[in-house]
Design a protein around this ligand. Structure first.
Ligand SMILES: Cc1cc2nc3c(=O)[nH]c(=O)nc-3n(C[C@H](O)[C@H](O)[C@H](O)COP(=O)(O)OP(=O)(O)OC[C@H]3O[C@@H](n4cnc5c(N)ncnc54)[C@H](O)[C@@H]3O)c2cc1C
Length: 382
């Protein structure tokens, strides 16, 4: 699938921005756990923070494929910035775009698209991630709104100086079939009883904000309900379809970053009197990686194009994420091997890529859950 001229121009713009504004700082942000708020604002100026949103909500109306291209380019240089953008747009903003009222869209999406704020999505809890039916966070209806109680775990983007809302799933009752009735709420950061905890010490994504959230009799208005009461599972599944394309684009970008670093290194590093690229054990490994990246990128583009055409893309998004995230882990491993000892030293970007890769096979659906989605779509009775 070929990109349009506009998408190619966007790709170049984001690549130049990433090389000039992110690459020189990525190692220090990673080392110090610095959230790059200023970079997010600049990405807002470029239109990236609202790229797929319609113009009336501050976006560029560019669609999912363009967004995937931008996310890939960011991840090629730095995953922390990329996940901040991907989570804000795909997890924070997109459910509001898909299910929100006009008032909710104007209130939450416009500043988000400008890069003045970022959004978050909170589903996971200490006791469950994959199994949404295992949620324990509740929302009780009162006369003037809702009262939330519970804990969410591993939530991206919820505690930074730019964080403005956390789209939160909660149980609002029991359905006739005995299952939990799940609903979704837009919880403003700063709402009474909303208590972000300290950030986690993570293996990677050091410059991205991830923390636990407590809802302690957290009061929100009636206008906080996103979509209809009981529609939480629909919001969750539709959000994940888009989010998985973003994570898949991150997988391709991280793999491409590893490959680009490795090609440059292989051509300049000499062993036994010649560049290591002359050894087929090295260059065939990189050639193979190139082919796998092209294949994974095609899966991402296909899923994004289907989303843009408003066609079903659950299976395609799952396939793209499964393949691209596993490829990212493989690519980081190859890059470290090709770099030899230098690949293990934090002066090179390879350890950062290596640490940042693994989460892609876990967040927004583990590889096993994606296989479950694909198997069920194939008609297998798993
Ligand atoms: C850095 C980071 C950022 C995150 N950001 C967010 C966020 O912004 N919002 C959010 O809501 N969550 C977020 N998460 C949570 C993430 O989405 C979950 O960790 C993930 O969905 C897996 O859930 P879990 O950790 O509970 O694992 P579990 O569901 O407990 O799974 C544990 C293992 O069991 C396997 N397993 C579970 N069920 C099955 C099954 N039926 N068949 C086969 N294998 C199965 C899984 O594949 C996995 O290998 C984040 C996590 C991290 C680490």
């Amino acid at each position: 699938m070929e990109l349009s001229d506009e998408q190619r121009a966007l790709q170049s713009t984001v690549r130049e921005f990433a090389e000039a504004e992110i690459a020189p700082h990525a190692a220090a942000w990673d080392r110090n756990g610095t959230f790059p708020a200023q970079t997010v604002r600049k990405l807002g100026d470029l239109g990236i923070m609202g790229l797929p949103f319609p113009e009336q909500y501050g976006g560029l109306g560019a669609g999912a494929l363009s967004f995937a291209v931008a996310v890939e380019e960011l991840t090629r240089v730095d995953s922390s910035v990329a996940i901040t953008v991907a989570a804000s747009v795909s997890l924070g903003g997109t459910p509001i775009l898909a299910f929100g009222t006009e008032e909710q869209k104007q209130r939450w999406l416009v500043p988000l698209a400008r890069g003045e704020t970022i959004g978050a999505f909170a589903s996971t809890e200490p006791g469950m991630g994959s199994d949404v039916q295992g949620a324990e966070t509740t929302a009780r209806q009162e006369q003037d709104g809702w009262v939330l109680n519970g804990t969410k775990a591993y939530i991206t983007n919820a505690g930074t100086e730019l964080s403005s809302f956390v789209t939160t799933t909660a149980i609002t009752g029991q359905r006739d079939d005995g299952r939990s009735e799940l609903s979704t709420f837009i919880v403003p950061v700063g709402a009474p009883g909303f208590v972000p905890q300290k950030p986690y010490h993570k293996m990677g994504w050091h410059a991205s904000d991830t923390r636990e959230l407590s809802y302690q009799d957290c009061r929100v208005g009636t206008d906080a309900l996103l979509g209809e009461r009981g529609g939480g599972a629909r919001v969750f599944l539709s959000t994940l379809d888009g989010g998985r394309i973003g994570v898949a684009a991150m997988g391709v970008g991280l793999a491409q970053g590893c490959l680009d670093q490795s090609v440059a290194w292989a051509n300049q590093r000499c062993a036994f009197g010649q560049p290591i690229a002359r050894y087929q054990a090295v260059s065939f490994e990189l050639a193979s990686l190139q082919a796998q990246i092209s294949a994974a990128r095609s899966l991402v583009y296909r899923a994004a194009a289907l989303r843009d055409a408003q066609q079903r893309h659950t299976q395609e998004a799952a396939e793209a994420k499964l393949i691209a995230s596993e490829l990212a882990v493989h690519a980081a491993n190859v890059a470290m091997q090709v770099h030899g000892g230098f690949g293990y030293i934090e002066e090179s970007p390879i350890p950062r890529f290596y640490r940042d890769a693994k989460i892609l096979t876990i967040g927004e659906g583990t590889s096993e859950i994606l296989k479950l989605v694909i198997a069920r779509n194939m008609g297998l009775s798993v």
